[in-house]
Design a protein around this ligand. Sequence first.
Ligand code: NAP
Length: 236
Amino acid sequence: MSTLQGKIVLVVGGSSGIGFAVAKYAIISHAVDTTVKELTATKAELKLPGEVDGEIVDGEESASVKSLVNRIGEIDHLVWTSGDSIGPSMTPNTNPFESSDVFDVRFWGAIIAAQNAKFRSGGSVILTTGVPVKKPPPGYSVIAGIGGAIDAVVRGLAVDLAPIRVNAVSPGVVDTEIWGNLPVETKNKIMEDTKAKLLVKHVAKPEEIAEAYIFLMKCEYITGQRIDVDGGNSYA
Ligand SMILES: NC(=O)c1ccc[n+]([C@@H]2O[C@H](COP(=O)([O-])OP(=O)(O)OC[C@H]3O[C@@H](n4cnc5c(N)ncnc54)[C@H](OP(=O)(O)O)[C@@H]3O)[C@@H](O)[C@H]2O)c1
């Protein structure tokens, strides 16, 4: 099995949610000699062989994104999970057009980073879309459009940036900080309804989604693809 030992992984959006879980799993995957006992220990107890560094970037500003990738230098994998909270527009039956301003960080930020990053041999880009691209609930027209743009651009970039591989992960509902802007009762109702509806009968933890990003980094024979990690949402 391949590992991420010696690899440099740039996660943009790594301060919380899915991105944080990807960063955490990338470090664990790095640990070829880590025993199961160590993996079940707390983070502080883990003997982490990787190094972790943090930078601040505004994903909506192309100059900020270019400056980040230039500062970092050569990388192996670019993971883009940045996405500002879409707050009330994530509630079904609200005006879907309120969401149009969330395109910048999710789409353009990711594209600019992918185009300007310097990749080592075997490198890859992993972007983030979401279930509305395939099965939009009411009120998600614009979100579905953004997701569809990311889905399509992954195939274009896979051709244009080859041999750098470019893929996307499409999460279902994940319990992360992104839902924090909603009133607690609204959030709880969305989570309960989702849990009842899904084939897997639970809402995703960020770590369950992170598995797909790690796979896409490690498997050097996949490009131009989207992996749906949605708890069976398509069939629910
Ligand atoms: N959670 C879900 O149910 C779900 C489902 C499908 C798709 N997604 C998508 O998955 C991605 C990650 O979501 P998440 O649930 O992990 O959300 P999250 O926990 O809120 O994480 C979002 C990340 O994006 C960063 N960010 C926000 N605005 C930014 C900006 N302008 N520039 C740079 N970074 C920025 C945040 O950093 P700061 O906190 O420092 O601003 C944070 O690190 C998003 O694109 C989201 O739309 C999520």
